[in-house]
Design a binder for this molecule. Structure first.
Ligand code: NAD
Length: 360
């Protein structure tokens, strides 16, 4: 039976890396029926939204999505299509592995981290108040009444929202992942010394859930210390579980540790559906140039194959990718010793090399 998958090329460099990834996935021999759905900048001009409803409907039907990055204009009214998609489908767990492979130009060896980022709340919940609006005025009044703080009307507010239910399910997800994948330790990351109530709740709930998993070690780290620890001794860490914002930042930091965003994959997982996408964004300055690295999306494809139960194909594709990285010949500029290396190949040539390797 072919697998029905919603394919979202996204915008910027998204369509190029999506096409390269689709080609290598088909070359594994696994059969797919792609339901291609458009989202991103082009849809905003046509339909006034970056995320038309048919994208959500399609993923609800197929249960699996493979997605290219989508641009979010900074500081304008438009909400991020990526955040909206995760919220609408309740894709509460963002799973971002960061692993060093031979041939990647990293300062480290033997990094094998799993970042589990809460995907639905925290400062990303989208609860914001614009200065000069009636709602902003009302909130400022309520804050004054409830806390005694007189806030400057020339301000804006973003609410940090952390719930017991969402924390419980993300921490449980991290422990269950650790157990199912032979991992030994889960580290909860927070700033509960300063945000004693919101991050305090995250930490207390994580401790409570940890008691259900006595076979897995548990510890916690304050987020600033975690950044330093990851730079100094990343090999000490295994599975990290974090609220949304820290998870976003730490996963880019971890991508940097292993050799860059060009090889960092991700999955957004809910109880009904899962959407696989690279950690990186749309890199719009390179759009249409056949330049950026498609491997982060291809590794996301490996995660998708595993999710679909296609373990053997996943293994073959991962092996082909790691061999090409180790060889260092058919790789894009970001994996070469210098970014202006004239021997760097383009996005589609990486796909050609992976396909050739799969057919050997
Ligand atoms: P970005 O990840 O798009 O790019 C940052 C830099 O990283 C690029 O300039 C490039 O030098 C490098 N890079 C990224 N991907 C690469 C690849 N595949 N190969 C080689 N080099 C690569 O980050 P940004 O510039 O902050 O964001 C651009 C847009 O993407 C923004 O609108 C942002 O909101 C959006 N974004 C989307 C997603 C998503 O769709 N899930 C995630 C992050 C950012």
């Amino acid at each position: 039976m072919p697998h029905a998958v919603t394919l979202i090329p996204g915008d910027g460099t998204g369509p190029e890396i999506t096409e390269a990834t689709r080609r290598v996935l088909e070359a594994t021999g696994v059969k797919f029926v792609w339901d291609v759905r458009r989202a991103g900048a082009e849809m905003l001009e046509k339909y006034g939204t970056v995320l038309p409803d048919d994208v959500i409907e399609s993923i609800k039907r197929t249960k699996v999505g493979l997605k290219g990055p989508i641009t979010t204009p900074v500081g304008r009214g438009q909400r991020s299509a990526n955040v909206t998609l995760r919220k609408k489908l309740d894709l509460y767990a963002n799973l971002r592995p960061a692993k060093t492979y031979p041939g990647l130009r990293s300062r480290y060896e033997n990094i094998d981290l799993i970042i589990v980022r809460e995907n639905t709340e925290d400062l990303y919940a989208g609860i914001e108040f614009q200065r000069g609006t009636r709602e902003h005025e009302e909130i400022l009044e309520a804050i004054s009444r409830c806390s005694g703080h007189q806030l400057d009307p020339e301000s804006a507010l973003s609410v940090k929202y952390i719930s017991v239910a969402a924390t419980r399910r993300i921490v449980r997800f991290a422990f269950e992942y650790a157990r199912a994948n032979g991992r030994r330790k889960v580290t909860a990351v927070h700033k509960a010394n300063i945000m004693r109530l919101s991050d305090g709740l995250f930490l207390a709930t994580a401790h409570e859930v940890a008691k259900e998993f006595s076979d897995i070690q548990f510890e916690d780290r304050i987020v600033d210390n975690m950044c330093m620890q990851l730079v100094q001794k990343p090999e000490l860490y295994d599975v990290l579980v974090l609220p949304n914002l820290y998870g976003d930042i730490i996963s880019d930091l971890s991508a940097g540790l292993i050799g860059g965003l060009g090889v960092a994959p991700g999955a957004n997982i809910g109880s009904q559906c899962a959407v696989f996408e690279p950690v990186h964004g749309s890199a719009p300055k390179y759009a249409g140039q056949n330049k950026v690295n498609p491997m982060a999306m291809m590794f996301s494809g490996v995660m998708m194959l595993r999710h679909l139960g296609e373990r053997e194909a996943a293994h073959r594709l991962e092996r082909a990718l790691t061999q090409i990285i180790a060889e260092g010949k058919y790789v894009t500029y970001d994996l070469k010793p210098r970014p202006d290396d004239p021997t760097a190949v383009g996005t589609s040539q990486v796909a050609d090399a992976v396909i050739e390797r799969l057919h050997r």
